[in-house]
Ligand binder design. Structure first.
Ligand SMILES: C[S@@+](CC[C@H](N)C(=O)[O-])C[C@H]1O[C@@H](n2cnc3c(N)ncnc32)[C@H](O)[C@@H]1O
Length: 293
């Protein structure tokens, strides 16, 4: 969907361990340019070392993709041919117990993607009022047992580790209601992580910045991993693809809205069974793409 072309200019706004970046670099060749952005210093450091041999074709910058357009222009990238967003946590982050993302490994309740962030999961879990906690777990985790989960968390305070949190959640949800193919704490961990990192607000700002940055015919490709993200991307692209967005029945247009993109995917693309077998973490991925008008 991104179709990187020789000599093209691209932004990988979630460069992580550089897997996609490497493939883009192969396609754009030595005359192309790639800007890689990530908010996680550890990921960026490793990727900087790994991509050093590529030379000046690639620029890596620590930052949040909510500031995508400003970062890119600051680095001399404008009117680009493509922007990629591969959302969520990386395998590096998930597999490092010290980062606190995983309920399978004991670690501190951290969950910050950007280690400079001031809010941690520990603060959310131990300080947020019960009703607010229930609201967050319900809204961002789509967890129907959110009220009970919040009550169990509050009763067990202070919680110190990812295991404390996973156990509180597992105790709160009756065993008969445990999801069949998911750990019972999956949704609560997702909700707290999204809250700590302000993920949906960042995504909206990042999508806006990406469309601003694209040249006509340039492509935006977004890979998301759950329905809240995918829904945000879908609504954004539908809105950007429309002309007038005045309320129905209004006789004269007053909004002046013009379509800025054309969707390339009517439904999100999903991984094939072969891809899921080779890379089980791809199983919930959904890809949407659009072209700048
Ligand atoms: C799924 S991983 C990307 C993996 C990458 N495509 C690769 O091939 O290795 C998502 C990455 O996005 C980063 N990230 C998440 N939200 C971000 C944000 N708002 N701004 C910048 N980076 C972000 C995470 O730190 C993580 O490294």
């Amino acid at each position: 969907m991104l179709q990187p072309r020789p000599g093209g200019v691209y932004v990988d706004a979630t460069v992580g361990a550089g897997g996609h970046a490497r493939l883009i670099l192969e396609r754009i060749g030595p005359r192309g340019r790639l800007l890689g952005i990530d908010c996680d210093e550890a990921a960026l450091e490793a990727t900087r070392r790994a991509l050093a041999p590529v030379g000046p074709t690639v620029v890596l910058r620590r930052g949040n993709f909510r500031d995508l357009a400003a970062i890119a222009r600051d680095e001399g990238f404008d009117a680009v041919h493509g922007v990629l967003l591969d959302l969520g946590v990386s395998s590096l982050q998930l597999d490092d117990p010290e980062r606190g993302f995983s309920f399978r490994r004991e670690g501190p309740l951290d969950m910050r993607m950007d280690q400079r962030g001031s809010l941690t999961a520990e603060q959310v879990v131990n300080r947020m009022p019960e009703r607010e906690l229930a609201r967050v777990i319900h809204a961002l985790g789509q967890e129907r047992w959110a009220a009970r989960v919040a009550r169990f968390i509050v009763e067990r305070r202070p919680l110190r580790t990812t295991r404390d949190l996973a156990e509180a959640v597992a105790a709160a949800i009756p065993r008969r209601a445990w999801p069949r193919d998911l750990h019972p704490a999956t949704r609560t961990f997702q909700a707290i992580r999204m809250y700590v990192n302000d993920e949906l607000a960042n995504l909206e700002a990042g999508l806006e910045g990406a469309v601003d940055l694209l040249a006509g015919g340039g492509r935006l490709v977004v890979i998301s991993f759950h329905s809240l993200e995918d829904g945000t991307v879908k609504r954004f692209l539908e809105h950007e693809a429309r002309g007038c967005v005045c309320p129905p029945g209004q006789p004269v247009c007053t909004c002046g809205h013009r379509p800025r993109v054309r969707a390339l995917t009517r439904r999100p693309l999903r991984p094939s069974p072969e891809e899921i077998a080779a890379n089980p973490r791809s199983r919930s991925a959904r890809l949407r793409a659009a072209e700048r008008l």
